[in-house]
Ligand binder design. Structure first.
Ligand code: BES
Ligand code: ZN
Length: 634
């Protein structure tokens, strides 16, 4: 039997730890495979299917209805189901057996935890004996403060006339809108029935129908099993525009044409990805353009990536985020990190695949430029992240999985895979990629299981290239191994050189061929300016290159970080506009941080934040508050 078939069978049988072929999965008590961020007793009961019936109430900012979990009992003696929840109001619970027997369920809340929420403990009635399959229905309401949900009043949408709701479940926020086993080690299929105000449209990480009647009643089905962090819902004044055969975009009507233009390459990306990584398992791939408060660049909700509107630069220069979210259809959604401590298996793999796509779809040079920018971010992260969290697979048992290692798992993970590609050659590595996804499809994997698989397929199969100890160094040691292949780009090198010459007064502004550069080269140029560059030079740059007025959010981010670092006050008004235009954490948090750290503007940063915070998502607010806290050097 092929492993993939075995994995599917194990999932059907209720086992969730389908890791890999030649080594047994670590035992549940092994702290490296234990999920410290869920209360669920998945060794006793495991959810297989979820049925949601929810009404969206914009007046009270609540969802209400029911969630029914179809669960398999793995331990015949187990009598209590523990689910994750956060701020949920549960009205009642009941069981239904496979034969249709109904019984009221006793439930109670356990002790709440700041980050993890509150466990819900449900007693299985004795008449259910040791039934292997149970269906548990929970009637509940969410709270207006649900951490996964952002409720936007009409004025915070593009159209300004309708309210809008979106969810963001990764990493551990699904529990704030659905009571469930909120661990990536579990996979569920789902169906949903969603009631909305009649003029709005609901979309989910499921089988969206572009031609559905806009009548306020929407049905969804997700037949492929997904981890709970990929549950997603958005409701708004959405319309659809097709891009390709399997691809299209949902957005408010005001943004639809711009989005269809910006992401016109999505079908080609999907075709390229299938050719390189193996069959696309999810049928359609659509994009959803959210309002500016969406806290991330993108979120890989299956069949429907959620995107920030800040990608609409007008020149397709920021589409690597789409390549990234699409690549998650393999790394993450198809083969899933077992716990958040193994996050590099999602994000590092995806960053690597993203660059492989960029290379084929655009050019080697474009991929190289983005690779260098990622490497630069990694170096900055090494300065900010404690050594223990610089390992790709650190010990990670407390804290917040939304932010524990900056973006180290992205860029260091990418460099690990580039190092392997380089050592074994692209052809062999490409075979490895396709086999890895095929053999682990619809399963979860730990860093240790990955290492064993890598050892089996490459390290031991082609000895003398990379030792197991060398691979372990990437997983368990801080910093970068000496053998890492350092990314380089000729165009970026040139931009950095010109930045140095300009900083030293050796060339004039007219000698900088910025008009010929990619936005990535301009970003690198700005980052390479001397730390003590004089104000008049900044003024010249701004006036000539239009930096404060750029339409490109990445250029704006880079520029305003420098403006804040160098206390270049003439651009502060534009800086504040930038902080009010975007709510993507990456675009605003480092600007606040640079203000706080410049030695003069911590109070100003706090004031700007107070003025802007109603535009931000709770995740962004938390990340900004972390840098604004009094006591941060100022
Ligand atoms: N899955 C992430 C977003 C995420 C990470 C949500 C951690 C919650 C917790 C998504 O795929 C992502 O990586 N987004 C990046 C895109 C970029 C690296 C191309 C982002 O938002 O910046
Ligand atoms: Zn990602």
């Amino acid at each position: 039997m092929r492993l993939k078939t075995l994995c599917l069978l194990l999932i059907v049988m209720g086992s969730f730890a389908c890791s890999q072929s030649n080594a047994p999965a670590p035992a549940a008590h092994d702290s490296r495979s234990h999920d410290f961020f869920s209360f669920a007793n998945t060794d006793q009961f495991v959810a297989e299917h979820l049925q949601l019936e929810l009404t969206i109430d914009f007046d009270t900012e609540q969802l209400y209805g029911s969630a029914t979990l179809v669960m398999r009992r793995l331990d015949p003696a187990a009598t209590e189901i523990i689910l994750d929840s956060r701020d949920l109001m549960i009205q009642g619970a009941s069981f239904e057996s496979a034969s249709g027997e109904l019984a009221t369920a006793e439930f109670r809340f356990g002790k709440s935890h700041d980050v993890l929420g509150t466990p819900v403990l449900i007693t299985v009635p004795p008449d259910f004996g040791s039934a292997a399959q149970l269906s548990l229905k929970i009637d509940y309401r969410t709270s207006p403060t649900a951490t996964a949900l952002q409720w936007l009043p009409p004025e915070l949408t593009t159209g300004g006339k309708h309210p809008l709701l979106f969810s963001q479940s990764q990493a551990i926020h699904a529990r704030s809108w659905v009571p469930l086993q909120d661990t990536p080690a579990v996979r569920i299929t789902y169906d949903a029935s969603i009631q909305t105000p009649p003029e709005l449209m609901a979309v989910m990480s499921a089988n969206n129908d572009p031609d559905t009647a806009r009548d306020g009643s929407y049905e969804f089905e997700m037949p492929q099993p997904i981890p709970p962090y990929l549950l997603a819902l958005s409701v708004g004044n959405y319309y659809f525009a097709p891009i390709g055969e399997q691809t299209g975009v949902y957005a408010e009507p005001e943004l639809l044409d711009a989005a269809a233009f910006e992401f016109a390459d999505t079908q080609a990306m999907l075709d390229t990805a299938e050719a390189m990584f193996g069959p696309y398992a999810w049928e359609r791939y659509d994009l959803l353009i959210l309002p500016p408060s969406f806290p991330y660049g993108g979120m890989e909700n299956p069949r429907l990536s959620f995107l920030t509107p800040s990608l609409l630069a007008g020149d397709r220069s920021l589409v690597s985020v789409v390549a990234h979210e699409l690549a998650h259809s393999w790394s993450g959604n198809l083969v899933t990190n077992a716990t958040w401590r193994d996050g590099w298996l999602n994000e590092g793999w995806t960053s690597y695949l993203e660059l492989r796509l960029m290379e084929v779809l655009y050019s080697k040079e474009r991929a190289a430029e983005e690779n260098v920018l990622g490497y630069r971010e990694l170096l900055l992260d090494f300065e900010q992240v404690a050594p223990d969290f610089q390992a790709l697979a650190p010990r990670f048992e407390t804290g917040d999985p939304d932010d524990f290692q900056g973006t180290i798992h992205y860029h260091k993970g990418n460099l690990f895979l580039q190092y392997l590609e380089n050592a074994f050659g692209r052809d062999r590595f490409d075979e490895f990629i396709a086999a890895y996804f095929d053999e682990h499809a619809f399963g979860t994997i730990t860093s240790e299981a990955f290492l064993d698989y890598l050892d089996d397929k490459l390290l031991s199969a082609y000895p003398g290239k990379v030792s197991r100890t060398q691979a372990e160094q990437w997983l368990y040691e801080p910093g970068l191994p000496d053998a890492a292949v350092i990314p380089a780009s000729a165009t970026l090198d040139e931009a950095a050189e010109l930045a140095a010459l300009f900083s030293q007064g050796e060339i004039d502004i007219a000698d900088i061929p910025a008009a010929d550069w990619s936005p990535q080269a301009l970003v690198h140029f700005i980052n390479s300016l001397d730390a003590d560059l004089a104000g008049d030079k900044l003024k010249e740059l701004d006036a000539t290159l239009g930096l404060s007025d750029t339409r490109n959010a990445e250029i704006g981010r880079t520029w305003f970080i420098q403006v804040a670092k160098r206390q270049y006050r003439p651009a502060y008004a534009k800086l504040e506009e930038h902080l009010n235009r975007f709510g993507r954490g990456r675009l605003v948090q480092p600007v606040y941080q640079a203000l706080v750290e410049n030695g003069a503007d911590a109070d100003l940063a706090r004031n700007m934040f107070e003025r802007a915070r109603r535009l931000y998502h709770p995740v962004t607010i938390t990340s900004i508050q972390r840098v604004l806290q009094p006591g941060t050097p100022d």
